[in-house]
Design a protein around this ligand. Structure first.
Ligand code: OSB
Ligand code: MG
Length: 370
């Protein structure tokens, strides 16, 4: 198969509710929608790079530049046997995983649509529904946090994750445990601490958290290994796992006991599958992360989440928590019991509403094989 044309579309969508992490508060998402066309069929994927380089080094503008100037020439008009080969076709370009992932995942969607099968089937998924968890941002007050968690539990979510940072951590967890008892609970620090904070982070140990996600620096493995020896709460790595090699080294070093999979961070589905398989072979459970995606990226995440080593609920919540309306119709909803169905149609299996995409569009470019 080949990709004959790539369309990049920069979109800006307001969030239903502002989302705050240790690196700041966002009120809207700016992201690129990539459409890959081959043999008259279109595949679509969402680039998870944001306007700011705060979660990781990429931004929407670096992704736009790298895809249009460097990745598009490597893939346009070039025959490949399977979309798992697309990542390798882009290996001349170092890093820029989010830019690569958007191109690669659009190729998977294209291929699945050409074959008329759901993405989950092509990826090796084994489940029709997946367990949904939610990521609850830092709130204005602890009372507001309690109200938010109450709302999410009532919606059925099977695991609560709260964002933490210095000054919003032990007390918040203590309040949640006193109020809601032994619910499945975890925290995500988005790299807000240093190894010197180990005694402070050990104060979370009595609360039986499922895990603490990314306590230390975005590119660190060594200090995480030291920290894991000092705290009982299992460490889960997010930002620090940008390649399968990072995961291999992290597991060998004891830097984590759980890994979060985000295909955008890994450079696409093929590398995410390799990460999934490596973790399965080492007995390390994985779960699917989220990047405040619209329903398009959310659907891709659900397909990948249907693989067998996704043993913990993911950040794969319903559309309505993020965008109203979403770019897709019908939106993604949480079923009774906190499960979400993996879309059953061809490719990502969701229907994009073109007028909503048009309304959110800031800029478009079409790149063709030459
Ligand atoms: O660290 O998992 C993260 C959102 C943006 C960037 C990084 C992260 C997150 C989330 C929200 O935690 C996940 C979601 O609900 O999509
Ligand atoms: Mg995280």
């Amino acid at each position: 198969m080949t990709i004959d044309r790539l369309e990049l579309r920069l979109l800006r969508l307001p969030l239903v509710q502002a989302f705050e992490t240790s690196f700041g508060r966002v009120h809207e998402r700016t992201f690129i929608l990539v459409t890959a066309v081959g043999d008259g069929v279109a595949g679509v994927a969402e680039c998870v790079a944001d306007a700011d380089p705060y979660y990781g080094p990429e931004t929407t503008e670096t992704a736009w530049h790298v895809i249009s100037s460097f990745l598009a020439p490597l893939v346009l008009g070039k025959a490949f046997a399977h979309p798992r080969d697309v990542f390798g076709m882009m290996r001349l370009v170092r890093g820029h995983a989010m830019a690569k992932a958007a191109v690669e995942m659009a190729a998977w969607d294209l291929c699945a649509r050409q074959q008329g099968v759901p993405l989950s089937r092509m990826l090796g998924g084994t489940r029709a529904v997946v367990e949904a968890g939610v990521s609850v941002g830092i709130q204005g007050s602890l009372d507001a946090l309690m109200a938010k968690i109450e709302e999410e539990l009532a919606a059925g979510y099977r695991r609560i994750k709260i964002k933490i940072k210095p000054g919003w951590d032990v007390e918040a967890v203590d309040r949640v445990r006193s109020r809601f008892g032994s619910i499945p609970l975890m925290v995500d620090a988005n790299a807000a601490y240093r190894l010197e904070d180990a005694p402070h982070l050990a104060r979370l140990d009595p609360y039986d958290l499922l895990m603490i996600e990314q306590p230390l620096d975005h590119d660190d493995l060594f200090d995480h290994a030291s920290l894991q020896r000092l705290i009982r709460t299992p460490i889960c790595l997010d930002e620090s796992i940008q390649t399968v090699r990072h995961a291999r080294d992290a597991i060998a070093a004891g830097a984590c006991r759980v890994i979060n999979v985000k295909p955008g961070r890994m450079g696409g589905f093929a590398e995410s599958l390799r990460l999934h398989d490596l973790c399965a072979s080492r007995g390390v459970p994985v779960w699917h992360g989220g990047m405040l995606e619209s329903g398009i990226g959310r659907a891709h995440n659900l397909h990948l989440s249907s693989l067998p080593n996704f043993l913990l609920p993911g950040d794969v919540a319903a559309s309505r928590r993020y965008y109203q309306p979403d770019l897709i119709e019908p939106p993604i909803e949480v079923l009774a019991g906190g499960m979400i169905g993996v879309p059953a149609g061809p490719g990502a299996g969701v229907t994009i509403v073109p007028e909503r995409v048009a309304r959110a569009t800031v800029r478009v470019v079409v790149l063709e094989a030459r």
